[in-house]
Design a protein around this ligand. Structure first.
Ligand SMILES: Nc1ncnc2c1ncn2[C@@H]1O[C@H](COP(=O)(O)OP(=O)(O)OP(=O)(O)O)[C@@H](O)[C@H]1O
Ligand SMILES: [Mg+2]
Length: 240
């Protein structure tokens, strides 16, 4: 039996990979058998002749998680584009059955699964209107939402939460990323807490020296150890 959570974002580039990597680091540091899963990834690098998703390389660098690429990233597109477009251009249709098979494999080997979405929630995965939220629902995950800290985040966060709920998804918590704790940002957290009915809101400070594209983890391990109680995240995970 495995438990998991899907790391979703209010937008692309909000810090989903950074959060996934930090959580994987904390889980593996405590020897919890854990896997990272990014079923649809846009953006790849070639390492020793093997094409790998940039996000998976970063998670491996930060946490030491090693698993065959076909299992953690069943669909990797070279083009850093919306998945439906990359899929069309690279003539590689996203096969949900294959994604389910790979997840089934991971569930057979690991107790905890940290899955990461591609971009935001309303992201088409093909030209027929199959959406990222359809995939998350079909795979049976609840979600942890990563949001920006500053101006505009109340709107983006509430829109995403209401949209997720109308799509049948559960939001178990919110991570407010790169928080400076300014008056505006503290009010953002309070306002989101009041209006979103999500009890677990965690703020994460800005890291130094981190770049997910370049595989630089900076002070990620130290900041996650100080800012995140991994038991709290594990308690959010539902059986998948
Ligand atoms: N708390 C933070 N402090 C400093 N830099 C950060 C922080 N969170 C994210 N970043 C930086 O912001 C950029 C985007 O983060 P990340 O790659 O995690 O976003 P993402 O939501 O996974 O994007 P995508 O939709 O492309 O998967 C990265 O270069 C990352 O290093
Ligand atoms: Mg990412």
């Amino acid at each position: 039996m495995s438990k998991g959570i899907y790391i979703i974002g209010t937008d692309t580039e909000v810090g989903k990979t950074m959060v996934s990597a930090g959580l994987m680091h904390l889980l593996l540091a405590e020897k919890h058998p854990s896997a990272y899963f990014k079923p649809v990834a846009s953006g790849a690098v070639v390492i020793n002749g093997v094409t790998e998703a940039i996000d998976a390389v970063f998670v491996r660098t930060a946490s030491g998680f090693i698993e065959e690429g076909k299992n953690i990233t069943p669909f990797v597109f070279k083009n850093e584009m919306a998945p439906h477009l990359a899929s069309r251009l690279e003539q590689m249709p996203i096969d949900v059955g294959l994604i389910k098979d790979r997840l089934q494999y991971l569930k057979g080997c690991y107790e905890w699964i940290i899955a990461e979405g591609a971009g935001g929630l309303a992201v088409p995965l093909n030209d027929e209107g199959y959406m990222q939220y359809d995939l998350i629902r079909e795979l049976g995950f609840s979600c942890l939402l990563v949001a920006r800290a500053g101006l505009g985040t109340i709107n983006h966060t509430l829109l995403t939460i209401n949209f997720a709920r109308s799509a049948g998804l559960k939001i178990k918590g919110i991570i407010i990323n790169s928080s400076t704790q300014s008056q505006l940002e503290r009010d953002n957290v309070e306002t989101i807490a009041k209006l979103a009915s999500v009890s677990a809101i965690i703020t994460l400070p800005a890291l130094t020296g981190v770049d997910t594209e370049k595989g630089q983890i900076g002070n990620l391990k130290e900041v996650f150890k100080k800012s995140i109680v991994i038991d709290e995240i594990m308690a959010m995970m539902d059986t998948i």
